[in-house]
Design a binder for this molecule. Structure first.
Ligand code: FES
Ligand code: FES
Length: 171
């Protein structure tokens, strides 16, 4: 039997995407189907944003889009055109001091393997910007979209509550 020649896969058209990432203007041609997480990791080399699932459920890929947390595997890079993106690499202060949420993770031992940590830190940063004095219950509910397979969440929640008490988070 003669084999049918394979139809070559059509390459998606490239689109030009302009956005600001961690305060730096970026402009690149990417395939239209490129996810924001892949753009950040593969095009910009910002590999602090992790990929932990292919079902948009784990939250390892969480970044801030115009200050609000989003799972960057659920957003096309093209959809973020013109937007302001912050990744874990852009969270610390310019002088190198850690952001209060990062500091709290260190002090409360909020991580073990660290895989979920960038997403957790970004999600908590967004949560505290919307609700600066959350209860423990509100933190737990706010982190429902972020999975940790190591810590049992106790120290992550403690980190969020510690960060919420830092004056800088209330400015
Ligand atoms: Fe985005 Fe899991 S990699 S939610
Ligand atoms: Fe390992 Fe959260 S610290 S997955």
């Amino acid at each position: 039997m003669r084999r049918r020649a394979k139809t070559p896969r059509r390459k998606d058209a490239d689109v030009k995407v302009d956005m600001t990432v961690n305060g730096t203007p970026e402009s690149h041609e990417v395939e239209a189907r490129t996810l924001l997480v892949n753009y950040l990791r593969d095009t910009l080399g910002l590999t602090g944003t992790n990929i932990g699932c292919d079902t948009t459920s784990c939250g390892a890929c969480t970044v801030l889009l115009n200050g609000q947390s989003v799972k960057s595997c659920t957003v096309l890079a093209a959809q973020a055109a013109g937007d302001d993106v912050t990744t874990i690499e852009g969270l610390a202060h310019e002088d190198g001091r850690m952001h209060p949420v990062q500091q709290a993770f260190q002090e409360c031992h909020g991580l073990q393997c660290g895989y979920c940590t960038p997403g957790m830190v970004m999600a908590i940063t967004s949560l505290l910007s919307e609700n600066p004095e959350p209860t423990e219950e509100e933190v737990r509910v706010g982190l429902e979209g972020n999975f940790c397979r190591c810590t049992g969440y106790h120290n992550i929640v403690a980190s969020a509550l510690m960060a919420s008490r830092v004056p800088e988070m209330h400015q």
